[in-house]
Design a protein around this ligand. Sequence first.
Ligand SMILES: CCCCCCC[C@@H](O)CC(=O)SCCNC(=O)CCNC(=O)[C@H](O)C(C)(C)COP(=O)(O)OP(=O)(O)OC[C@H]1O[C@@H](n2cnc3c(N)ncnc32)[C@H](O)[C@@H]1OP(=O)(O)O
Length: 925
Amino acid sequence: MSDHSVRFDNQVVLVTGAGAGIGRAYSLFFASRGASVVVNDLSPEACDKVVKEIQQAGGKAAAAVGSVTDGEGIVKQAVEKFGTVHVLVNNAGVLRDKSFKKMSDADFDLVTAVHLKGAYACTKACWPIFRGQKYGRIINTASAAGLYGNLGQANYAAAKMGLVAFTRTLAKEGVKYNIKANVVAPIAASSMTATIMPPEMLKHLTPDFVAPVVGILCAPKGPDVTGRLFELGAGFVSEIRWQRAKGAYFKPDETFTPSAVKAKWNQVMDFSQGSEYPVGMEGKDPFALLKESQAVKSNPQSESEVNFRGKTVIITGAGAGLGRIYALMYARLGANVVVNDVSKENAEKVVEEVKQLGAKAIAAPFSAENGDAIVKAAVEAFGTVHVLVANAGILRDKSFQAMTAAEWDAVIAVHLRGTYKRSNHLSLAYPQCAKAVWPIFQNQKYGRIVTTASGVGLYGNFGQANYSTAKSAIIGLTKTLAIEGARYNIKVNVIAPSAGTAMTKTIWPQEMVDMFKPDYVAPIVGFLSSDDCPVTGTIYEVMAGWAAQVRWERTGGYCFPNDKKLQPEDVLAQWKTITNFKDGRATHPQTAQEAQAQMFENFNNVAGGATADSSSAATGAEDSSQYIDPEDPETIRKAKQHKFEPVDFSYDDRDVMLYNLGIGAKASELPFVFEGSDQFQALPTFGVVPQFGTSSSLGLDFVPNFDPAKLLHGEQYLKIKAPIPTSATLINKVKLLEVLDKGKAATVTMIVETIDKATGKSIFENQSTVMLRGSGGFNGKKKGIDRGPASAINAPPKRQPDAVVEEKTTEEQAAIYRLSGDRNPLHIDPEFAAMGGFKKPILHGLCSMGIAGKHVLKTFGPYSDIKVRFAGTVVPGETLVTEMWKEGNKVIFTTKVKERNAPALAAAAVTLIDGHDGKAVKAKL
Ligand SMILES: CCCCCCC[C@@H](O)CC(=O)SCCNC(=O)CCNC(=O)[C@H](O)C(C)(C)COP(=O)(O)OP(=O)(O)OC[C@H]1O[C@@H](n2cnc3c(N)ncnc32)[C@H](O)[C@@H]1OP(=O)(O)O
């Protein structure tokens, strides 16, 4: 489309976290469509860069430097610059990935502070302006990690899911004032992926596929949608919503037990008997539900009784309401019950009731914040814990306009962090009790957790911005815990209950409080926390004797070409398809991998006949990073078996010459630098080039504390199986070989087989090991397998070397070498190198290997394989000295840096090809 009907003239758009990546893309997009853009970032330099970029392109922009948690400060700057704000894009985010076991309070708090409190604070500051001018558009940013949970991202998943219900509440409260709020869950290339994925892969995931969609959601002439959620990336755009099963009804009497739930569980789960798509709390009439369940004739019990004999159960907030009824239910079923409540009196009262039922119980009268104390009391009394029911909660309902920061914090803190006391307003969210039982559950390889969300957390609700956000966040947290707990037989599920309690008393009439007894919820919790529980990471709405599973439903979406710049007008034109749930193409993704598969498939959706280069590699790469848990031999085993899609790599004589120059070929060495030479050839180590994008595309963020700046190439093995063509199209097949825990560092090894597409013949095999500094200590396997020559120690003999070659690298060595495909900023960008702990950018390991390999070639002739360990870093400009020892058909060598007498390559050797020697090579040059 050529007419640009989507315009933002005279509008002010505030984008948070806009100094780079997706935020920058939003800013450029809005500016290109006439908006005055306020670029927020923590870094003044990053802000200025984007502002200048916009201004140089003729657009209007200004910086608003500051943390998003100071929303007022940022919005004040925006208003000072441009008078008002019309559109707020809450985009700022941070990551602190850790397994739940190792996650610190600080990791959790920081992530929830930036995402939740940040979005809250900026929205809160814009809200009166939007209301005043009767116009406002808000975009919040969720993520697949939040919608489906993700390994190592309990904090991020909670925060991201929290924003879904936050948006829905804002949408409801904004209707009267023409304020629309929507939420997107995008996947796009970021500065982090840039360091481990080759650029040709990143282009498939450019944020330019996200910005136009956000654009039309905010456009004055955009579709009339609010409170909606969109999942998108790589040109695939879809809408996603909650789908609720018809569910099962249980007669609300004393026969409504966990055993009755077991007998009818299939009905609770079943979507084939019809389903609903609620968008608000008004969707279900509780009185009608109760009527239906009362009409049920009887509750058949399962053949084997669900019981808790010998089990210890902690219930938080059990001094009254739902928690108390849970306590009594567990008591009847034989459990030892730990009654937590802030009120000592209430806790002790319930303990007495439990004891009267013949069960053992103790009171744990602490704030739910004090998870350690609660769990300690449980262990002291009963030896261990098997079940945690996280139930404590409070309400502080207020319209968003009137809500104070303290009210926001208090509700989020109690539900997520489990605390009444936290004074630091940034310390928002942390599930203390789950955290405290987690190591026990892992050690005993058994645990059940039932967390408590709410319909409000699913659908949002007027006057409950804080509560809905907290409850929604619990869903993201639960799903992540379910994923992390899977291999320890820890099952974690979440219920969204409604019942008459002291809490609902503040908002329900007494008649309702009396009718909707907590007893009509408890048996579901009982079944979900039992040995018999067949599910994990699932969600149920429960009330009045009715229970129904809730899951995601996603439209078939629209696939825009992956090789064409997406325009908002294109998105508008396909809006009906994007949002069509009824065309028979809707899916029900349950994991981030499933959800993202459709986006990665879209890499191949090309309009302009472009080659499928590396497209499918990305599919594999992302895929793998999602499901490998380095602490878990099982996920590593599965990942090793995972078949990644093969990736094409085409090159010609220009690439060969550029590579040869990158490893120091001289202008006088015509066979290496002149395609017209009748001896024109690639230096043998060129064999690492075609596969590089493939092996380095394997996402590494599954490794704990992964930091791209701390990645170093550790070892490389290359087998050359056939003469190297000077131009060809090759196919690379990658596999993960090994993840090792080296104490401080982790190592990851992958193998790539490279095949000539024309002949089908295997040409190269590469085995690459990367060292991830600071990522070790995760209790993983320490020693690697014997990979033959690929892992040989190759210690040099004691005698003097048989030959020595010295070569000074140039200051530009890395700058040239990187053009052969490894654009890791570590080798060119001083700032990035500094993050990795280096004074200057360092030389590529493969460049040093190429130079040393050239020394061996020139001295002893061609070889069929080469293996090196990168033993120390090299700075461009330093002199490399290669010492060589011929041992039979092997040449063992080491390479050191002359100026510092420091090792560069060790444990290195080649296998010479029979009948050749270096003389022939020398004669050619
Ligand atoms: C193509 C595929 C994708 C590749 C992507 C690559 C992207 C590139 O852009 C990145 C680069 O090119 S980085 C530049 C090249 N590499 C380097 O400069 C690394 C130099 N080496 C070092 O600094 C240290 O040896 C260092 C830091 C690596 C290790 O030093 P220490 O921590 O002192 O190690 P040490 O205590 O001696 O040993 C601990 C355990 O680790 C093993 N180990 C040591 N060096 C290794 C290495 N280089 N590779 C693999 N394993 C290594 C040791 O054997 C030891 O294990 P164990 O405890 O089992 O004995």
